[in-house]
Design a protein around this ligand. Structure first.
Ligand SMILES: [Ca+2]
Length: 492
């Protein structure tokens, strides 16, 4: 039997770590997968039902992920126009990091980083859509549902073969529920034990596409899962009721909010009737308030069950979004998808009553830190090296994070031209250290045309990233240092 016949492309982090060729990597990777399956089967046979791996005091995890929200569009971030009372309350009860980043300013790579603790060039999910890209997948006359599903499943192969948060937590007795946004096919592909996304058309208002031949397919971003928050919270209520008091759990709450369509019910618009909100921002703000209300419902589900001292809440946004004044369904050039601050920044909140000291932290942090933070809070080791830092000691007892910490990220088009080698598609890489941020395009005509040469910004004096200092001789040495750090990081 050829065990490698159905093995997906080798994950890039694996290939790079071992320095293998594609073929050798594929064979080695296959062997390890096979050995792991055998070992797992043996382990599960040998593990007793009352194994010490079954925990009694690890926290539940409630992972709340906003979809497309500008980092300042929260009451607790100083915006006095937007209505977010529930998120404001969560921030008051949390270690609150206003200076947070995501590595990539678009949904799927950003969400995959949360699931894996790896950068996109390491987990391999650098795209929203696998080849032949969104147009090819949805508009090619010869496309059928069967072929579409196979192409999407190929794109979901990476998540199946990497350590994920739900897979790791499940090994320690957790039940893990997926709701909302999920690009990796069926919920089980990422290691959840239960979920909403089935990789099949849902018939809901969002998440389905009709092919030219009339076949209906799942768009790929969550299908039935997209009903959470917008239509219902019942799957989470049922899950919590079923878990009871002692079953540890992870809830992945990633509703399709405040993402477009900004079509919230009228009461969310009416909430702004006494406020002078710019008309082009109103539908987006209404969707933020709708999202905020669901966050309040979710937090209440935990508190009303007496679980708040047994639960770690984690909050962030997967990427930024600023509505365009001339077309509010679209976003400003410097927000979503871009290598600029409005696309990459997010506040990060960590709440665990009795364990985490509420209050603002000024350190620079990244979503890459959340996988190790959650494992650390749960007293679980990562299975393989991961690049982020646990924020838990800082959140729990103000232990300092490294001074002048360096943050990194990478920007890609939504469509992959090839799987298994993100370096072919990468459009920009960025690094921030102190006040300086360097953006390096992959060519002089990169996708998106955000910058066409190395661009260095001093964010303290130039927060809007308009004055490129890369040609200024007094910055030469710093630019060289940042570029070297960026290239070293990229090779890992
Ligand atoms: Ca998003």
């Amino acid at each position: 039997m050829d065990h490698c016949a159905s093995v997906p492309p080798c994950p890039l982090w694996f290939k790079k770590r071992l320095g293998y060729s594609n073929m050798k990597c594929r064979v080695q990777f296959c062997s390890i997968i096979f050995a792991t399956i055998v070992l797992a089967a043996f382990s599960s046979c040998s593990r007793s039902p009352d194994s010490t791996d079954v925990l009694v005091d690890r926290p539940n995890i409630v992972y709340i992920i906003s979809d497309d929200q500008y980092y300042q569009d929260f009451g607790f971030m100083g915006n006095d126009q937007v209505i977010t009372p529930n998120l404001d309350r969560l921030a008051e009860q949390s270690a609150f990091y206003p200076n947070g980043y995501v590595p990539s300013s678009v949904c799927r790579p950003s969400l995959a980083t949360l699931l894996t603790g790896l950068y996109p060039h390491q987990h391999g999910i650098h795209f929203n859509h696998p080849p032949p890209g969104f147009q090819g997948l949805t508009q090619a006359p010869e496309m059928t549902k069967d072929r579409y599903d196979r192409l999407r499943e190929t794109g979901a192969s990476f998540i199946k073969n990497v350590d994920t948060l739900p897979r790791r937590l499940t090994q320690y007795g957790y039940r893990c529920l997926q709701t909302g946004k999920h690009w990796e096919g069926h919920w089980s592909n990422a290691g959840f034990t239960e979920g909403m996304t089935l990789s099949e058309p849902s018939g809901g208002a969002n998440g389905d596409k009709v092919l030219p031949n009339g076949d209906v397919v799942a768009h790929g971003n969550g299908d039935a899962g997209l009903a959470i928050g917008r239509v219902t919270m019942k799957p989470i209520v049922d899950f919590l009721d079923d878990c009871g008091e002692d079953q540890p759990f992870l809830i992945w709450y990633a509703p399709f909010l405040p993402h477009t369509p900004h079509d919230s019910p009228g009461r969310y618009f009416q909430a702004y009737s006494e406020r002078s909100v710019d008309p082009h921002r109103l539908p987006y703000y209404a969707s933020i308030t709708q999202f905020d209300e669901t966050v309040g419902e979710l937090v209440d589900m935990i508190e009303s069950r007496g679980l708040s001292r047994k639960t770690l809440f984690v909050f962030l946004s997967d990427n930024g979004f600023e509505p365009l004044e001339s077309n509010p369904k679209q976003y400003t050039e410097k927000s979503k998808r871009s290598p600029f601050e409005p696309g990459l920044r997010t506040p990060i909140l960590l709440r665990w009553d009795g364990k985490i000291s509420p209050g603002q932290r000024e350190e620079w942090v990244s979503s890459i830190d959340l996988f190790p933070t959650i494992l650390d809070a749960s007293d679980i080791d990562a299975e393989s090296p991961i690049p982020g830092l646990s924020l838990f000691p800082n959140a729990a007892s103000y232990q300092e994070l490294p001074v002048d910490r360096t943050l990194f990220g990478e920007i890609y088009p939504g469509d992959a031209s090839v799987l298994g080698d993100p370096s072919i598609d990468v459009a920009y890489r960025w690094i921030r250290q102190g006040n300086l941020k360097l953006i390096v395009p992959a060519s002089e005509e990169p996708w998106g045309n955000y910058v066409d040469r190395e661009s260095l910004f001093d964010l303290e004096i130039d927060p809007n990233e308009t004055n490129n200092l890369a040609g200024d001789q007094q910055y030469d040495s710093m630019k060289t240092i940042l570029r070297a750090s960026l290239d070293k990081w990229w090779s890992l």
